[in-house]
Design a protein around this ligand. Structure first.
Ligand code: NAD
Length: 366
């Protein structure tokens, strides 16, 4: 029997309306009963999308007034993620939270503490895990096609920062006070949880570099090298100043490599050594097309699978999932990247998330 979940959305801007609401409007087992947003135009759109929904100008009033909620879905800019998640968890609610989980390690730690203290689920929106092309990569790894992965590179090219709704602060991603950072904070989450998943490990150190054009107080280009135990490595390049919109990932294993360019996956497999003895081998290639709608930044096609994860965590009574441990580590890695860049790219050691997770609420490591 499916349980009907009663939910509230905190923030009803672009991702809430285009990336979450279309799923809730058609789902049989979720009902959005309340929405908070300080912007009148956003509340009007919420009313049109969910006729009869109870509207609030601020999240605190919603959390006091609504007595029968099961969960809140936080879709505000990152500045409010920790405050609202902790308030909701302390009210005994489960929380789905947009990425990045938080803007600092201290905030992320307090959020995990609140989930554990209240034994409620706090699940970050790690949307890219559910892209068809990323699922295809996971299948190739599960099928052991390239052997153990020891190196990954992740590049995200964007010609500009994504804009928020025009009715609030459309360029909030470039204002540190709302975003907590530039492209590292905005795209770093997606980048690093993929790296952790593909390497099957959590990082031990980072060295980073970044730049900013124009007068914003956040970076628009970022590159880093992330070290993992056992010599595993991830390298990332993220920019809002690219001449193309594309994701470009490579994974290198003992017996081959996987390359992802938006919707296309190439599997390269090492064969027998060629005669001549200079190290050359026979290569074979397989190509898989996985239409993933990368150009649609709402990623609405991926949200159903993400919400199913949330429901599974609720059913299992699992406050701290692998996604949450990865989200904490993403925030810590991004914050440490800023320290590295400020220190002339000096390597920054990273703390393990194990230090903040109670062992009895954690699932398996990495
Ligand atoms: N998972 C993904 O792929 C993905 C994609 C886009 C955005 N996001 C994330 O979603 C979040 C929102 O981004 P967006 O693009 O929708 O921004 P947006 O600017 O379009 O929407 C933000 C909304 O929050 C409202 N708001 C502002 N202050 C608030 C407050 N104190 N309380 C409640 N609401 C408040 C604004 O009025 C606005 O409606 C960010 O964390 C962003 O990183 C994730």
């Amino acid at each position: 029997m499916t349980t009907l979940l009663s939910g509230a959305m905190l923030g009803y801007g672009w991702i809430a309306r285009h990336g979450h609401a279309p799923y809730y409007q058609h789902a049989q087992d979720v009902k959005i009963v309340a929405i908070a947003d300080p912007t009148a135009a956003c509340r009007e759109r919420a009313q049109a999308d969910f006729p009869g929904v109870r509207l609030y100008e601020d999240a605190a009033s919603l959390l006091v007034a609504e007595k029968d909620l099961d969960f809140v879905d936080i879709c505000t800019p990152p500045r409010w993620h920790a405050e609202y998640a902790i308030a909701a968890l302390d009210r005994g609610l489960n929380v789905l939270c947009e990425k990045p989980l938080a803007t600092s390690t201290a905030e992320a730690t307090a959020m995990i503490d609140a989930a554990q203290r209240n034994h409620k689920v706090l699940l970050p929106c790690h949307t890219y895990l559910h892209a068809p092309v990323v699922r295809a990569v996971r299948q190739l790894l599960d099928d052991d096609r390239i052997g153990k992965v020891h190196l990954v590179t992740l590049q995200t090219f964007r010609n500009t920062h994504a804009k928020g709704v025009i009715d609030w602060k459309t360029d909030w991603r470039r204002e540190f006070q709302y975003s907590g950072g530039g492209i590292a904070m905005d795209h770093g989450s997606h980048t690093f949880y993929l790296a952790f998943d593909w390497l099957g490990a959590l990082p031990s150190a980072v060295t980073a570099q970044m730049t900013a054009q124009g007068s914003w107080d956040t970076e628009d280009a970022y590159s880093c090298t992330v070290s993992f135990p056992g010599g595993l490595l991830a390298m990332a390049h993220l920019t809002w100043t690219a001449g193309v919109r594309r994701v470009y990932y490579t994974l290198h294993g003992e017996r081959g490599a996987i390359t992802v360019q938006d919707d296309d996956v190439e599997l390269a497999l090492m064969g027998a050594p060629l005669e001549g003895g200079n190290g050359a081998v026979q290569w074979t290639y397989e190509r898989i097309a996985c239409p993933s709608d990368w150009m649609d930044a709402s990623h609405i096609g991926w949200f159903g699978a993400l919400f199913a994860k949330f429901q599974a965590a609720l059913a299992a009574g699992e406050p701290v999932t692998q996604e949450l441990r990865h989200a904490w580590t993403c925030v810590h890695l991004i914050e440490s990247s800023y320290h590295s860049a400020q220190a002339g790219s000096a390597s920054q050691p990273l703390v393990s998330v194990a230090a903040v997770v109670d062992t009895d609420t954690a699932d398996t490591v990495a």
